[in-house]
Design a protein around this ligand. Structure first.
Ligand code: PLP
Length: 410
């Protein structure tokens, strides 16, 4: 048999999924997966949050619920509660009715909506992303037709910290009205966020070049364990009078990865502008997924709107954040105890789910081949892949990798 698709080119695999697939196939008893961006318990398992489980049980027993289409923009109680979570209940943008939420297919869907929105209203042709950034930012914007995709300096490999001067310089060199994607909190992959003072400098640059800001917030709660503190940046941008969008994801902080639940918040200066933009967003959604799925929105909406469930959820977020912090400290302690060459302070100063270890691609290869420890070539590790059972093994392996393949010989 022949196929008319026989000459279709095989696309490159998506690294993080390919690494996880290789991990699954590996039969080594001590294998460790540090690649995937999902929370794992001390036992190395995914975690269905107890509050999610109890809401789902109630939903299953509730005979009044049905599977009718949701409105194009999504479940209203979910969208409104999402805005409050992002901006704070009494935020002027909410009180003055000049912010709208659009339910989206995860954070990724919200980012895609932002790209379509800025393109459709004719505000942007260029997008700027941090160097490095989450692997999909460029892809999603390119898929929306942006051909001018630029990187702004962010990570300084030498100091293992934020290159704020470079970042501000690059933002100021951007064409007016370009889109800029900023990570609101727990930067992926570096785990390095701007300080409040640095955010002010970033805001000044965005204001000067009239940039269209997309604040990507996929890890609210994961940096400090405090949902309010982690939303400082978008709230600051509102206080500065910015009109901007923010892509919220509930994949990580609710553990609802495969329910594809997110929200795009659009803050305007007037109710009239918000309504105009909202009508455009409605058309965009109609043409991409028509209307969103219900399950995740109902779970998140129920929890966010009920003070006692909210409290329970907040405690689970704290549990996840503090387990990650503990793993950081433990890995650091073990590398110090082993006398592993190089400085490792960044493991404890970085925040969020990931650590940008500074391991080079050859060292990563060494870990995979010799120790069955899986991580992506960038050297980013998911701290939740660590637990008390594998910490010694991973620390020893990193030590061996660094001693065997010095960084300058990579
Ligand atoms: N933005 C960043 C920075 C991320 O790391 C991720 C997921 O890893 C997303 C957005 C997308 O999240 P979702 O799985 O909700 O689409």
């Amino acid at each position: 048999m022949t196929s008319k698709y026989a000459d279709v080119a095989v696309a490159a695999p998506v690294e993080v999924f390919a690494v996880s697939a290789a991990f699954r196939e590996d039969t080594h008893p001590e294998k460790v997966n540090l690649s995937v961006g999902a929370y794992r318990t001390e036992e190395g398992n995914p975690w269905v949050l107890p509050v999610v489980q109890s809401v789902e049980s109630k939903m299953a027993a509730d005979t009044t619920l049905n599977h009718e289409y949701l409105p194009i923009l999504g479940l209203p109680e979910f969208r409104n509660a999402s805005l409050k979570l992002l901006l704070g209940e009494g935020n002027p943008a909410i009180v003055e009715n000049r912010v709208v939420g659009v339910q989206a297919l995860g954070g990724t869907g919200a980012i895609r909506l932002s790209a379509e929105f800025f393109k459709n209203i004719g505000k942007a042709e260029t997008v700027l992303v941090s160097k490095p950034t989450w692997g999909n930012h460029m892809g999603v914007y390119r898929a929306s037709g942006y051909t001018d995709v630029r990187e702004y300096r962010y990570w300084d490999a030498e100091t293992r910290s934020l290159n704020i001067e470079g970042m501000v310089e690059d933002l100021k060199a951007a064409p007016e009205n370009a889109v800029v994607i900023l990570h609101a909190v727990a930067h992926n992959p570096t785990g390095v966020d701007p300080t409040h003072d640095q955010w002010k400098q970033i805001a000044d640059a965005c204001e000067e070049k009239k940039l269209n800001v997309l604040m990507d917030i996929a890890y609210q709660g994961f940096a400090t364990g405090d949902l309010e503190a982690d939303a400082w940046a978008p709230r600051y941008f509102v206080s500065r009078g910015f009109e901007f969008v923010s892509a919220q994801s509930y994949s990580k902080n609710f553990g609802l990865y495969n329910e594809r639940i997110g929200n795009l918040a659009l803050v305007c200066n007037t109710t009239d502008a918000m309504k105009r933009c909202s009508s455009q967003l409605e058309l965009i959604v109609r043409k991409i997924w028509s209307n969103p799925p219900n399950h995740g929105a109902r779970i998140v909406g129920t929890v966010l709107n009920d003070p006692s469930l909210f409290n329970e959820w907040q405690n689970s977020v704290r549990v996840m954040a503090s387990r990650i912090k503990e793993m950081r400290q433990q890995l650091y302690n073990k590398l110090k105890a082993l006398g592993t060459p190089g400085t490792w302070e960044h493991i404890i100063t970085q925040i969020g789910m990931f650590s940008f270890t500074g391991l080079n691609p050859s060292q990563v290869d060494f870990l995979v081949k010799n120790y069955h420890i899986y991580l992506i070539k960038q050297g980013r590790i998911n701290m939740c892949g660590l637990n008390h059972g594998n910490l010694d093994y991973v620390a020893k392996a990193i030590h061996e990798a660094v001693v065997t393949i010095p960084s300058d010989q990579a």
